[in-house]
Design a protein around this ligand. Structure first.
Ligand code: NAD
Ligand code: UGA
Length: 325
C-alpha cells in the first residue's frame, strides 16, 4: 500500500522519531499530513527545528492540534495509512501528578484517534509502542509473546494504548499493528534521553549522571532502523500483530560511555546515583518476528550510530535548556 505515492498521516510529526519518519515518507513521494500538539515536554523550538526539512517540502502539511480534542476527520480524509507516534514519552518522569499527562497523551489521545478512524477507515494504523511494556522481562531476548508487565506508569499507559488498538480492531475492523521500539537514539534525540544528556554533560565538562551501577542493559536502536521498520509495517501482512523493533544488541550504559569516550576523545567524569524508579534493569528484543514478517534487519551498529549522534550534536547550535528529569 506504500509502493505508490499516497496520502499518509503522521501523529507526533514534530517529535524525534516522527520527524525522521516524515522525511522518509516525503522522500518516497507521499503526501504527508503531520499532526502534533507541540507539547511543552521539551522546547518548542527544538520541535520546529525537527520539522524544518519536512516543512520545506510542498507535500507536507502540519496541523498543530491535540489529538484529544481536535476534529480529526479532515486530516484523516483520504489517508491510506496513519502512523501514530504522538504521545508522552519518558519512563522516569511518569510518576506523581505527571501521570495525568501520560494518560491524556498516551491513552485518551489514542482512543480519540481510533474513534476518528471509525469514520474515516484506513488501510493500516501503525502504533509506536514501547519496550517499556515488558517491565523486567523474565527471558532475554524477549519475545512478543512474553507476558507484558510494565514497571513504570509510562509503560502501563503504552500497554493500555496497545490494547485499545486491539479493542478497536476487534470491534470495528481497524487494521492496527503495534511496534515495540527499544530505546531509540540518533540525531534529534529527545533532550531527556540518556545519550543527549551524556553528550551535553561531556561538552560542558559536567559530571555524567548514571542511574544505578551502569550495568543495566538496553537494546539501543538507531532512529533510521526504527523508521525502516515502521514504514515496512504499513504494507506487510501484520494487522493485529505486535512486533519488536530492537537495534540488534544489548549494551550496558557503562559500555556506552566507554564508546562515547573513544568517539569524542573526551573523558567523561561519571557520577553514580541510585537507580531510578520505573527503569527496568534490562531490555533485549527478539527480532525474529520483525525479520520474518517485515523483512526487517537493523543496520546501524551502536558505535556508528553514536558517532552520527555525536556529529549531529556538535553541529547543532543551540543546546537549549532541557526538561531535566
Ligand atoms: P517526542 O516527544 O520527541 O515526540 C512525540 C510527539 O508527540 C511530540 O512532538 C509531542 O508534541 C506530540 N504529542 C504528544 N501528545 C500529543 C497529543 N495529545 N496530540 C498531538 N501530539 C502530541 O518522542 P519520541 O521519542 O519521538 O517518541 C515517539 C513515540 O515513540 C512516542 O509515542 C513514544 O512513546 C514512542 N517510543 C519512543 C521511544 C524512544 O526511545 N524514543 C521508545 C519506545 C517508544
Ligand atoms: C527510552 C525512551 O525514553 C522511552 O520513551 C521509551 O519508551 C523507552 O526507551 C523504550 O525503549 O520503550 P530509556 O530506555 O529509559 O527509555 O532511555 P534512555 O533515557 O536513553 O535511558 C537509557 C538508560 O540510561 C537507562 O537505563 C537510564 O536509567 C540510563 N540513564 C538515562 C542514565 O543513567 N542517566 C541519564 O541521565 C539518563
Amino acid at each position: 500500500m506504500l509502493e505508490t505515492p499516497t496520502r499518509v498521516v503522521v501523529t507526533g510529526a514534530a517529535g524525534f522519531i516522527g520527524s525522521h519518519l516524515c522525511e522518509r515518507l516525503l522522500a518516497a513521494g507521499h503526501e504527508v499530513v503531520g499532526i502534533d500538539s507541540l507539547s511543552d515536554y521539551y522546547d518548542r523550538e527544538r520541535k520546529e527545528q525537527n520539522l524544518r526539512e519536512a516543512a520545506a517540502n510542498p507535500n507536507f502539511t502540519l496541523e498543530e492540534a491535540d489529538l484529544v480534542d481536535a476534529n480529526l476527520t479532515r486530516a484523516m480524509r483520504g489517508a491510506a495509512v496513519v502512523f501514530h507516534l504522538a504521545g508522552q514519552p519518558g519512563v522516569r518522569p511518569s510518576w506523581g501528578s505527571h501521570f495525568d499527562r501520560y494518560v491524556h497523551d498516551n491513552i485518551v489521545a489514542t482512543q480519540r484517534l481510533l474513534e476518528a478512524l471509525r469514520e474515516a477507515p484506513v488501510q493500516r494504523l501503525v502504533f509506536a509502542s514501547s519496550s517499556s511494556v515488558y517491565g523486567n522481562a523474565e527471558m532475554f531476548p524477549t519475545k512478543e509473546t512474553a507476558l507484558p508487565r510494565p514497571v513504570s506508569p509510562y509503560g502501563m499507559t503504552k500497554l493500555a494504548a496497545e490494547h485499545l488498538t486491539f479493542v478497536y480492531m476487534r470491534n470495528f475492523g481497524i487494521p492496527a499493528t503495534s511496534l515495540r521500539y527499544f530505546t531509540v537514539y540518533g540525531p534529534r534525540q529527545r533532550p531527556d534521553m540518556a545519550f543527549c544528556r551524556f553528550m551535553e554533560s561531556l561538552v560542558e565538562e559536567q559530571e555524567i549522571e548514571i542511574y544505578g551501577d551502569g550495568e543495566q542493559t538496553r537494546e539501543f536502536t538507531f532512529v533510521s532502523d526504527a523508521v525502516d521498520g515502521t514504514v515496512k509495517a504499513a504494507s506487510a501482512d501484520v494487522a493485529g500483530q505486535v512486533i519488536n523493533l530492537g537495534g540488534g544488541s544489548r549494551v550496558t550504559v557503562n559500555k556506552v560511555l566507554d564508546t562515547l569516550e573513544e568517539i569524542s576523545h573526551l573523558k567523561p567524569r561519571r557520577r553514580y546515583l541510585p537507580a531510578a524508579p520505573g527503569d527496568p534493569r534490562h531490555t533485549g528484543a527478539s527480532i525474529n518476528l520483525a525479520r520474518e514478517k517485515l523483512g526487517w534487519e537493523p543496520r546501524v551498529s551502536l558505535r556508528e550510530g553514536l558517532a552520527r549522534q555525536w556529529e549531529w550534536f556538535l553541529a547543532t547550535p543551540a543546546k537549549t535548556e532541557t526538561s531535566r528529569t
